[in-house]
Write a protein that binds this ligand. Sequence first.
Ligand code: PGA
Length: 249
Amino acid sequence: MRRKLAAGNWKMHGSVSALAELTTLAAQIDPRGCETVICPPATLLFPACNIAKPTEIAIGAQYCHPQSQGPFTGDISARMIVETGASYVLAGHSERRESHAETDSAVHNQILAVWKENLTAILCIGESGEDRGAGITLDTIATQLSGSLPDGATGENAVIAYEPVWAIGTGDVPTLTQISELHDFIRAQLVRRFGDTQGNAIRLLYGGSVKPSNAAEIFTVENVDGALVGGASLQAVDFIPIIQALNDA
Ligand code: PGA
């Protein structure tokens, strides 16, 4: 059984005052329900971990550099992330693939760094609108998955988030049939590469314009083990109904 996971990606949003949302969230989540992770900006990792420690919420970083230290101005390493108390790291989010030109091989190396510190990677993959228009969605996903997920992925150290780029922050959501096709495809790829046990243990999240209004139907799709949520994770009032929908699914 895969434990369901609701992950919130705050991106470059949220000030110290936004940490109050964590307290609100912690007070309302069901400890027997899904796992909940919040990925705040790097500046908030330490205080977020302090708030989350006695609660059921886990904290994640949004990126890490492949090296553990060195002359890399502005970057943070997995070793530094461990010190904050965080347990997850997002890797290969499409916004970083685009604005920081992160390639599959760079993401692959980041995940190795994440694993070296015994953290869990949430690998983001997804096709662009152009890919979908050109009918190459499955090729793009297969290439990203094989190129950015290192050997040795397990249900413990890796989560995959399928996030069609054209659905992120746009309000456009794929049909349930499209989500189902992609999640089944990713599951089959994982089973083929990592075997039945680990391939079926790795959780698959859907991401891209998940809202309280559409979460319940998305969670009916087989092989959707949760969501990676951007905008609707910034406020507990929006994220809580999504978590509840996941618990009810
Ligand atoms: P969104 O972002 O929910 O705001 O579309 C999702 C993501 O980028 O992870």
